[in-house]
Design a protein around this ligand. Sequence first.
Ligand code: FE2
Length: 323
Amino acid sequence: MRVLGIESSAHTLGVGVFSGGRFLANEKAFYRGGAEGIHPRKAADFMAERARGVLEAALAESGLGIRDFDGIAFTQGPGLGPCLQVGAALAKALAARNGKPLAAVNHCVAHIEAARLLSGARDPVVVYASGGNTQVIVREGGRYRVLGETLDVGIGNMLDAFARELGVPFAHGSTVEKLAEKGEFFGLPYTVKGMDLAFTGLLTAAVKALAERRKEDVCRALQETSFAMLVEATERAVALTGKRRVVACGGVAQNRRLQEMLSLMCAERGARFAAAPAEFNADNGAMVAYAGFLLLKAGRAVPPCSAKPRQRFRVDEVELSWD
Ligand code: FE2
């Protein structure tokens, strides 16, 4: 089965191809925003402008024409409304024009399924750490269950917001990661409530600390503290479920220090840690194509009229009709 996947939930317009058990293309255009962060309407306009080019690049990379596909998949949610609309409209138009079935994909499920496929971990504790989401997830009873999650903002948005306070040209968590390598740790507020996390108090304290300390030190302290919180919740999930694998996915899962901290925790618990390759942790169309493939194989195509974006589409709402 050949599936074309379209991702447009936040800052990335991605078009990917999954065919015959392999990824054949994964093209993207990335909206960088400015001092204001991601402006949903401007990001959506950027995506609409770049849609044709990214689609054509993905088709060229895969060596396939649009008629060769068995289905079109798109990210239904969660995400920013105007951005989700662009991907949904493109997918619906391609499906209707070419008579192809349509698959409406949950973005978190796509991250998790790509990470499972690429890591070979069949039943892991999943650490889903991205801009808008921060969740510790396990599969149970035919769904992904959220054991713990952020009570306020996603860890990636928190790091991006802090990077904007630094006034760097491209404010992003990766900026904090680079600066943190040269910094020294000091204590900042640490908030784990049961299995849940909160980041806004930590962010406020870190921004205040910039008045007195080197930015490298604050980056280090902010990263260490927020990652330690996430690792603590993950460790509790490993202890509770007895699962032997931990997989990290989502944009922040690309952070080397977070990977190292999760690896250390797993080693102490006799578990194995893996993260998907960076290309698949950043938002991308290939993971949407793969999740669409799983849905279509299970006979779960949706009519175009019900393929509306869902900004708050939670991972635990999706029934999993595959292993
Ligand atoms: Fe994502």
